[in-house]
Design a protein around this ligand. Sequence first.
Ligand SMILES: Cc1cn([C@H]2C[C@H](O)[C@@H](COP(=O)(O)OP(=O)(O)O[C@H]3O[C@@H](C)C(=O)[C@@H](O)[C@H]3O)O2)c(=O)[nH]c1=O
Length: 198
Amino acid sequence: MTTTLPDGVELIDGRRFADSRGWFMELHRCQPADEKPGLPDFCQDNVSLTTQPAVVRGLHFQRPPHAQAKLVTVLAGAILDIVVDLRRDRPGFGRATAIHLAASSGQHLFVPVGFAHGFCALQPETLVHYKVSAPYAPASEGGIAWDDPDLGIDWPFTAAEILVSEKDALLPRLRDLAPIDWRLPTPLPTARPARRRA
Ligand SMILES: Cc1cn([C@H]2C[C@H](O)[C@@H](COP(=O)(O)OP(=O)(O)O[C@H]3O[C@@H](C)C(=O)[C@@H](O)[C@H]3O)O2)c(=O)[nH]c1=O
């Protein structure tokens, strides 16, 4: 496991405007096409509440054509976020990276297509928000076991303390995963049906 961010993963400092009431912060702003886009278009917002520390969610991804880039923000509490590089043509293939994300820091984590993603809650009532670049597609869901020994993830709790969903307990090891071609295009959802010609 490493803490050096892999190519394409970005830790973004959110700008908080603080005053006597508290603070205000933009999570994400669409960029005009002629400006440097930086991040892809997002089409779905998710939020999950994890009530207790030592809960692990992941390690998840969606296969093409529904592969998702994610912009992860912790709104309350703190997590140890884990990304695993699944791009076979990269030197970092199979490497797990841990990033500490806390609501207090105002940071967001951008995870591009080609990674498995998961996290461990470090505090009670941890609220995680993430924008995704392709809609939820259950048939395209995939994952890797959180305790795959080949990943060597140094979780902050013991295996006996960690709680996972029934679904996540059945996920395979990375070495048993069929190769994924992340280069397949991921079609963007259309906001409305195409207009018919007169
Ligand atoms: C991910 C997702 C789940 N669901 C439903 C399916 C299921 O009944 C319920 C809970 O789903 P899950 O158990 O997969 O939730 P969870 O384990 O929190 O899944 C999430 O984990 C983190 C680490 C991620 O990176 C996310 O992309 C997502 O995979 O919510 C949706 O309706 N839309 C969605 O986009």
